[in-house]
Design a binder for this molecule. Structure first.
Ligand SMILES: Nc1nc2c(ncn2[C@@H]2O[C@H](COP(=O)(O)OP(=O)(O)OP(=O)(O)O)[C@@H](O)[C@H]2O)c(=O)[nH]1
Ligand SMILES: [Mg+2]
Ligand SMILES: [Zn+2]
Length: 238
């Protein structure tokens, strides 16, 4: 009985979150902004990847970050050095961002900056390989990171994250010589559960593999902007 009540509450919670996430996405669309949600275990390299990405794409895209952490603004402070708007959200005891929290972050962004000037908003989720994958926040695509130090079995043990991801970065590949790890085995097991996922093996430390990731990000933004223009033209035609 308790299990049934728990399951019903869980489903209602996820439905309510999904409706709000859809509203957030519609608002991003109104702003003309593309949103990527970065998710991984603690320490897989989300903030370092963002640092490299903000530095590499600063001449080409106007970016902002919504930074989720349980406590502290440590990551937000690191990212503010890149001269982009960074909205910090402390989740307290919650181990993921939800759509309501991100709606609050978007509100702050709107209040303090001109969101229509932006092309891209990154959300850095709380480090956690489980529930961030279940709670959409209004993103257009989900980016999962898996550090190769975490072990080959993680996609099988925590499947939802890898099933839901549009893009997977296998991070810290500079450490491969020190580990007994079969990258191809990880890639194969992820592909089996998610054949369409884009996979980028990267090292933020050496820079290896980052260029294809930067290009993928730019392409997603360009495709979104093109389809938004297409929709506007369609409306005029009708
Ligand atoms: N060797 C190596 N270390 C890395 C790489 N990327 C990140 N690290 C290190 O991994 C640690 C964690 O990196 P962060 O970027 O803070 O990880 P995170 O996913 O943002 O962590 P949380 O926000 O706490 O979940 C830091 O000590 C980084 O220097 C990499 O490509 N190679
Ligand atoms: Mg971080
Ligand atoms: Zn959680």
């Amino acid at each position: 009985m308790h299990q049934t009540i728990d399951a019903t509450l869980g489903i209602n919670l996820l439905h309510a979150n999904q409706s709000l996430a859809n509203l957030n996405r519609a608002e991003f669309d109104d702003w003309g902004v593309y949103c990527l949600n970065l998710m991984s275990s603690p320490g897989a390299g989300k903030t370092v990847l963002l640092e490299k990405t903000l530095a590499a794409l600063s001449g080409q895209l106007q970016m902002a970050v919504i930074e989720g952490d349980m406590t502290t603004e440590l990551d937000a402070e690191r990212l503010r050095q890149y001269d982009v708007p960074v909205i910090a959200i402390n989740t307290g005891r919650s181990c993921h961002l939800d759509a309501k929290m991100v709606a609050g972050g978007m509100h702050s962004l709107e209040h303090d900056y001109e969101p229509a000037d932006l092309d891209l908003v990154f959300v850095e989720n709380v480090g956690n390989l489980v529930c961030p994958a279940e709670f959409e926040v209004g993103e257009h695509a989900k980016v999962a990171l898996l550090s190769i130090t975490e072990g080959e079995d993680k996609p099988l043990k925590y499947p939802v994250m890898f099933q839901e991801a549009d893009c997977l970065l296998l991070t810290k590949i500079d450490l491969a010589p020190y580990l007994e790890i079969d990258l191809d085995r990880i890639i194969q097991s992820v592909r089996q559960m998610n054949p369409n996922v884009r996979i980028f093996p990267v090292s933020a430390k050496t820079g290896e593999g980052l260029d294809p990731w930067f290009k993928w990000v730019q392409l997603q933004v360009a495709l979104r902007q093109q389809s938004a223009k297409g929709a506007a033209v369609q409306e005029l035609v009708w």
